[in-house]
Every structure is written in C-alpha cells, then in structure tokens.
Design a protein around this ligand. Structure first.
Ligand code: F6P
Length: 363
C-alpha cells in the first residue's frame, strides 16, 4: 500500500487556543513515527498563494503545546477562490485557486491538513472538488461545526467567559446593578448558554431562542420582588430580539465570513435603562475569549485531533474531518461536516437544565 510522504498544514480563520497543540500533534505523529516531511503554510491560505511556508520538525514544535494563537499565523481574508483585487478603482474578486494548487504540486505534497472553522473547511472542501487531497481539523471557540460533538478552543473560551460572569457578580452585588456580558459565538449560543449555566447567570440570551425585551424586564423585576438586588445577563453576540435581527457591527467584504456581529449588549442596556430603575453596565468580552493558553481539556482534544489527522494523512484517508463523538475520535466526511452549523437545540436537556435552575431565556 502506498503511503503519503509529504504533507502541508495550515491554520485558517480566527485564531483559537489549541491551534499549536494540533500542529504539534500532526508533526509528532507524522514526522517522529513515519518520517514524513511537513510544510507549514503561513497565514492561512495566503501561504499557499504566496508560497510562504516553514518546514515543521520536532524543534519547531517543541514548547508550543501551552501557547495560544498559532505559530503558523492565520487569516480569515484569504480565500483562494475569492481573492480581492482593485480593478479600475473597483473591488473585484478573482478565483486564484489554481495558483494555490500549483504550490502544493510544486512541493510534491501528497495532501493538505487544514485546521479551521466552517469558512476554512468549506474552502478545503472546494479544493477537494478540484482534486486536492485534504483532511480537516475542527477549530473554533464558537463550537458550531457539524459532525463533531465539540471543537477545540471552545472549552478555553468557556472558562474565560465563566470567569467574567463570576467577576461581574461582585460589582453587581455591591452596587445593586444589572451587569450585561456580551460574549462571542456568532450564530450559535454555546458560549453564552454554558458560561451562563456555569457562572449562575440570571438571564441568558442566545440566537436559537429569540427574546422579548418585556420578558427580560419581567425577569429582572421578579428578582427584585424576591429580594435579589442585582441581575447578571449573559447575551450572545448573535442573540435576536423576537421579530428583529442580529446586531451587526461591521461588514468585511474581503472576509471568508463577512458579517461581524456585535453591539447587542449595548442595545440591551439602553432598552433596560429606559424602563428599569437600576443602573446597567455592559462588558463586551471580545477577543479575550480567543486568547491565552488552552485549558487542559483543549490541549488534550487538540493533541488527539492532531495525531488523528497525521495518522489519517499517512494512511491516505483524505476527504475527512477528524471529530469527537462521545469519547472517541472518528473520521467524518468533510463535505458533511461543513454542510451545516451545529447550534443549540432549544429543546435539549442542556436548555431544560438551565430553565430548571431558574435561568430566563427572555422567551
Ligand atoms: O468565529 C470565531 C469568532 O471569534 C466569533 O465568535 C466572532 O464573531 C468572530 O470570530 C470575530 O472575528 P474577528 O476576529 O474577525 O473580529
């Protein structure tokens, strides 16, 4: 049986704790055990277009396990199928995927491991359609990728968000305030739901359960009636007022994911301040959720994903995304994994448990 001898690796999309642990896992599995050559392309797909890479060996990955970010750099703007260029003063998008593929061919690579979220993995899937051998590794703090129970990076973001909920409690209690915490997650409410549950948030607003502002106000008033002089609201950046739409901060045309959500926390605070006596303060947690050293859970998961991707490459098991199902690492078809987002099920046991401990979802 033939086996792969040279592979490429890249990290695409927003950075996330655990990327380095995956890179290390891939390299250790492929180089130490099978003596493969591994090229790391820099800054996501830009590295393929610019033929910008480093050779990854044991020395390069030594000591990177606990480091956040990615030693390869990343980008969510460099889609080889849609490269922005100015032509006669106008922004146009050009398909330069053939150039990216030529880079892989020039280096005699058997295939490419793409560590990314839905945008980067969808591009990987498109490259696969043009004959490139790819393997995906599911990365994102949003935890919204299909075919896997969890993505690496989520746990670290969750710990950061939970710490924020804990810390906001002290000011909320001391000043009898309503503290609003806006967290990331795009169109999925995993970070908001689970940090709200872990930190004892009183009101949790997620995209999957549109909220009614009157219900949120009722919940705060009911707490006051019961002698609770403060409230903690955890709101996902993608939360939607019933009949309305998500608050968009910015549209970045060149991005693989052009819509930047953000601002719902401020909107909510403004609505509450007009109708409730208590003072309201907003914290937008932002990129703190993507930063720092991965948790032990993320280091272990990322390492397992990296090793599984390296092993799959050696065995030429292309066209898959490594995934966690229950306690097992499995190979899921890449096309299936990128075909739909995994969002919170409003009828799930998780949501029911939150409701059972008194969490209000504003519905
Ligand atoms: O997908 C990860 C994520 O952090 C989202 O939660 C957030 O909406 C987005 O990326 C922010 O992107 P950027 O870093 O480009 O502002």
């Amino acid at each position: 049986m033939s086996r792969a001898k040279r592979i490429g690796v890249l990290t695409g999309g927003g950075d996330c704790p655990g990327l380095n642990a995956v890179i290390r896992g891939v390299v250790k599995a492929a180089v130490y055990k099978y003596d493969m050559d591994v090229l790391g392309f820099l800054d996501g797909y830009a590295g393929l277009l610019k033929d910008n890479f480093i050779r990854l060996d044991g020395d390069k990955v030594s000591g990177i396990l606990p480091r956040g970010g990615t030693i390869l750099g990343s980008s969510n703007r460099d889609n080889p199928f849609r490269v922005p260029e100015m032509e006669n003063g106008e922004l146009i998008f050009r398909d330069r995927s053939d150039e990216a593929i030529k880079t892989l061919e020039r280096h005699g690579l058997d295939g490419l491991i793409v560590i990314g979220g839905d945008g980067s993995l969808a591009i990987a899937s498109q490259l696969m359609g043009k004959g490139v051998m790819v393997i995906g590794v599911p990365k994102t703090i949003d935890n919204d990728l299909g075919s896997t129970d969890v993505t690496f990076g989520f746990d670290t973001a969750l710990v950061t968000a939970t710490e924020a909920v804990d810390k906001l409690h002290t000011t909320a209690e001391s000043h009898h305030r309503i503290m609003v915490l806006e967290v990331m997650g795009r169109y999925a409410g995993w970070i908001a739901l689970q940090s709200g549950l872990a930190g004892g948030g009183d009101i949790v607003l997620i995209p999957e359960i549109p909220f009614v502002i009157d219900r949120v106000i009722d919940a705060v008033r009911e707490r006051t009636y019961r002698g609770r002089t403060f409230s903690i609201i955890v709101v996902a950046e993608g939360a939607i007022p019933a009949g309305g739409s998500a608050v968009v901060k910015q549209v970045v045309k060149e991005s693989t994911d052009p819509v930047r959500l953000g601002g719902i926390g401020g909107w909510l605070a403004n609505e509450l301040e007009q109708r409730i006596e208590a003072e309201v303060r907003v914290t937008v947690l932002g990129h703190l959720q993507r930063g720092g050293s991965p948790t032990a859970f993320d280091r272990v998961l990322a390492t397992r994903f990296g090793v599984a991707a390296g092993e799959a490459a050696v065995k030429e098991g292309w066209g898959i995304m490594v995934a966690l199902r229950g306690t097992e690492i499995v190979n899921a078809p890449l096309g299936e994994a990128v075909s739909q987002l995994r969002r919170v099920d409003p009828n799930s046991e998780l949501v029911m448990a939150a409701r059972a401990v008194g969490t209000c979802f504003g519905d």
